[in-house]
Design a protein around this ligand. Structure first.
Ligand SMILES: Nc1ncnc2c1ncn2[C@@H]1O[C@H](COP(=O)(O)OP(=O)(O)OP(=O)(O)O)[C@@H](O)[C@H]1O
Ligand SMILES: [Mg+2]
Length: 373
């Protein structure tokens, strides 16, 4: 088979190494199973693409769980077996009949699941006698129940066959699917890799403090990093939000999330909301600046309700739970309020150490045309 291009991956050396080992084992004629687990957008599918692209002289077959097909028994199993169905007639009679009924090419009572499992195992084993077989199953959380059970059965029974199976499942803890199989858990990218991805997307270098803040707020989730930074320049991220209408969350999901956060903000005391507005207007997450600006605005530093609402963390630096919380805070405030906050931040920013940012806050604070009025 012709392998596809290798995806551009950052920071997944360990995971790619585990998949390379699996392919080496497969090439040497042994079976291997791995379940890649992790939350949405963490990079499971792209790792399956990686292993598919790295597999040479291997027969690769895919199944994709599809939420809308979860009620269709054997839908995903059928997809996975399609390349091997010309061998169906060679199976032992009971296995062949069970699989035919399962796939709807023969009439009959619902087939014995054990026979269906055996039939798939036999099909894959026979195919692997010509060339090793790599079975890739993406979005296993959406497999129909019988396909999932059958594949789990097959995975547990593989011994010395040249068949490897890699599953990707959106179930970080392994609570629901494929529980007892060997797992590779994906966490967020580390700070360096996530920073690299962010800079590659915005097409420029970012100041370390700004970069680290975004990375921490997005917990190194590649999809979150890509979605948030797409279409934004390094300069926009460096200065953060501005009153000329910095686009808030893009797309319907981001819009919905932002509205949800906006709802939680509405329940906070006024001083706490202003404190959050200062944090949102200040791109670096410098807790000292926040305190200075809050003092200048004569508001109480009353952060506990925002912490309790899970919106922000205050430590040496200030971190929103998600960048969309920042946009919700910033865009939820009135123009006059935003200008006051930028004015206080301009005054609190050191003119020697950070003249550009001070000038930027001052510009934001100045009266001017405001599109939102
Ligand atoms: N290590 C990485 N380096 C560069 N880009 C990455 C990396 N990991 C993921 N991405 C990119 O992030 C996005 C999300 O990754 P992917 O689709 O693999 O996530 P997923 O875990 O399969 O999510 P879901 O559970 O929603 O299916 C993709 O655009 C992917 O190319
Ligand atoms: Mg995926």
């Amino acid at each position: 088979m012709i392998a596809g291009p290798l995806p551009d991956l950052v920071g997944r050396q360990h995971e790619c190494g585990a998949l390379d080992d699996l392919l080496t084992g497969l090439g040497e004629g042994g079976s291997r199973v791995l379940v890649v687990r992790g939350e949405a957008g963490i990079g499971k599918s792209v790792l399956l693409e990686y292993v598919a692209a790295r597999a040479s002289r291997v027969k690769v077959t895919w199944a994709h769980g599809i939420e809308a097909d979860m009620e269709l028994p054997y839908a995903s199993l059928h997809q996975l077996c399609t390349p091997f169905l010309d061998q169906l007639d060679e199976l032992p009679g009971p296995q062949r009949d069970a699989l035919r009924v399962a796939f709807g090419t023969a009439a009959g009572d619902p087939p014995d699941r054990f026979l269906v499992g055996l039939a798939v195992l036999t099909l894959l084993t026979r195919a692997s006698e010509t060339r090793p077989v790599l079975v890739l199953v993406d979005d296993a959380q959406w497999l129909d129940q019988v396909s999932l059970q059958t594949l789990e059965f097959v995975a547990r029974r593989l011994l010395a066959e040249a068949v490897a199976m890699v599953f990707a499942v959106r179930d970080p803890e392994g609570r629901t699917a494929l529980g007892g199989l060997p797992a590779l858990r994906l966490d967020g990218l580390d700070t360096a890799a996530a920073g690299e991805l962010l800079e590659a997307t915005v097409g420029g270098r970012l100041e370390k403090r700004v970069r680290d803040r975004f990375v921490a707020e997005m917990h190194g989730n590649p999809l979150a990093l890509l979605e948030f930074s797409r279409g934004r320049s390094a300069a926009e991220l460096a200065y953060g939000l501005d009153s000329s209408g910095f686009p808030s969350g893009q797309g319907p999901v981001a819009g919905r999330v932002e509205r949800d956060f906006a709802g939680r903000l509405g329940a906070l005391p006024a001083d706490t909301r202003t404190l959050l507005l200062i944090a949102a207007a200040e791109p670096v997450g410098d807790a000292r600046l926040l305190v200075h600006a809050a003092t200048a605005l004569k508001i109480a530093i009353h952060a506990a309700p925002a912490k309790a609402a899970g919106l922000i963390e205050f430590g040496e630096s200030v971190r929103f739970r998600h960048p969309l919380v920042r946009s919700a805070v910033y865009h939820g405030a009135g123009p006059e309020e935003r200008r006051a906050v930028h004015r206080a931040l301009a005054e609190a920013t050191d003119p020697v150490a950070d003249p550009d940012r001070r000038a930027w806050h001052a510009a934001q604070a100045a009266e001017g045309p405001d599109e939102e009025v």
